[in-house]
Design a protein around this ligand. Structure first.
Ligand SMILES: [Zn+2]
Length: 155
């Protein structure tokens, strides 16, 4: 049982799967997107070739999509690697059509914690008179959907 870097998902697909919309010229290696760590609408740069990411505003950064998964979920290394399909059990990769494993309670709590912090930041911005962009509003909708989904799973 071990982490297998060659199984890391394609960075662009992974980041889009995280609800991020990647902006920039089609051939550009680095794309611009939302930073979910501080709530900036277009300060995150992600590398679509190696998965590296850095926020030009708050400075959060990592070298690959696993680092992003770890940061965004607060999960343990092994759980994060499993969640993105880069963990091998018993010397074999899980079959490609395997259903994603259900969220553990700890993972669910970390998602809830992250999404509620993000929502609180947005609410504080509104309270301070800053208008939210469409990207911010879309991200808030995603937060609401994730929270509702977790509520459904744990019913
Ligand atoms: Zn940031």
């Amino acid at each position: 049982m071990s982490f297998d870097r060659t199984l890391l998902p394609d960075p662009a697909s992974y980041f889009e799967g995280q609800g991020l919309s990647l902006k920039g010229p089609a051939r550009a290696k680095w794309k611009t997107t939302t930073c979910n760590f501080h709530g900036g609408s277009d300060s995150m740069r992600v590398n679509t070739q190696n998965g590296a990411w850095v926020c030009m505003s708050c400075g959060e950064k990592g070298g690959d999509v696993l680092a992003y998964q770890l940061k965004v979920t607060g999960a343990e290394f092994q759980d994060a690697a499993k969640a993105i399909g880069a963990w091998i059990e018993d010397g074999r990769a899980p079959p490609p059509d395997a259903k994603p494993s259900p969220l553990s309670a700890r993972q669910a709590l970390s998602v809830l914690g992250f999404e509620s912090a993000l929502t609180a930041v947005a609410a504080a911005n509104v309270g301070n008179g800053y208008a939210l962009t469409q990207i911010d509003l879309d991200r808030l909708l995603l937060a609401a959907n994730r929270i509702r989904r977790i509520a459904e799973v744990f019913q």
